[in-house]
Design a protein around this ligand. Sequence first.
Ligand SMILES: *[C@@H]1O[C@H](CO)[C@@H](O)[C@H](O)[C@H]1NC(C)=O
Ligand SMILES: *[C@@H]1O[C@H](CO)[C@@H](O)[C@H](O)[C@H]1NC(C)=O
Ligand SMILES: *[C@@H]1O[C@H](CO)[C@@H](O)[C@H](O)[C@H]1NC(C)=O
Ligand SMILES: [Cu+2]
Length: 340
Amino acid sequence: MKSTFVATVVALAANEVAGHALFQQLWHGTSCVRMPQGNSPITNVGSRDFICNANPKPASGKCGVNAGSTVTVEMHQQPGDRACGSEAIGGQHWGPVQIYLTKVADAATADGSTQWFKIFSDAWSKKSGGRVGDDDNWGTRDLNACCGKMDVKIPSDIPSGDYLLRAEALALHTAGSSGGAQFYVSCYQISVKGGGSATPGPLVKFPGAYSARDPGIMINIHSAVANYIAPGPAVYGGGTNRTAGSSCTGCETTCKVGKSPTAVATPGGGSGTNNSDTSSSDSSSAAAAAPDNNSSPNACSVAAFGQCGGTGYTGCTSCASGFTCKDVSAPYYSQCVASA
Ligand SMILES: *[C@@H]1O[C@H](CO)[C@@H](O)[C@H](O)[C@H]1NC(C)=O
Ligand SMILES: *[C@@H]1O[C@H](CO)[C@@H](O)[C@H](O)[C@H]1NC(C)=O
Ligand SMILES: *[C@@H]1O[C@H](CO)[C@@H](O)[C@H](O)[C@H]1NC(C)=O
Ligand SMILES: [Cu+2]
């Protein structure tokens, strides 16, 4: 079947251009994400870049979050583009999505060289009737089903304080040889409130936790996959080991592929903390309707701290009364902030 093999490789190469993606959103903006310079993957699991990507842009603040609440990380192919019309991560970039935390003194300055524990894994499950690994359920397929969004519970028993949250998507389409796996990582600066006194683990370091020949990193998913072992440690007991392909709570109901996101977070929404400060406020993954109507753009209104502009953004650009659309990470992201 040599010809089939060649055709597959050609298709993958073509997809590569549009396939790459990056995690770039959390809650109501980019204020706490260290935005990657672009959507190129990290392929060297032993490099410093493996921690929080290569020279990401500094984040302007920290996102406050209550222990035990759910946050949403969001990935798309182009910086600042939250449209759901194109896949969040394209080009058959199948693989696990995993989230780590590391406790730090100050999330704004931490370099991520401290020890990490895994709080979330959405890796793989066999798709019934699937022939090859490409057909199976994968974390990145779940990301695509939710327009790039993945809900992640912050364990309720971890100590309060600053953390870096590291979101990682691993694309295995070219992972048949060493160094072929593509990692997409972003770090978010968060401040956890209302936590407990647990000592979460197992603890690992980046680089170090992964090696290029781990069974979950060097694998050919274009043939049948009998079992898949996600790289890294087990999920912390207070975290979430999600079964790939299972329904996701909250996100699929608020976001349908082919439409722009219909939900924006608003201060005070949901079970989040109080907002006293726009750069470290939190609203968990609460959703308030922001009708997206391209046919009558002036009738729309983006709620406080929602996105109102930026590269690739196609949604509503007017802010609610008392708020003004401001560039917070030009040209990628504009957000509704209190009018001066
Ligand atoms: C998640 O659960 C599966 C099924 O029990 C298990 O095989 C896997 O090792 C777990 N993954 C992690 C990262 O803990
Ligand atoms: C939340 O903010 C409101 C309005 O500023 C205030 O009245 C309330 O006491 C705050 N609640 C908490 C739990 O801080
Ligand atoms: C938005 O568009 C939908 C579908 O065309 C329409 O039903 C709805 O009334 C519109 N809403 C506004 C606010 O214009
Ligand atoms: Cu790629």
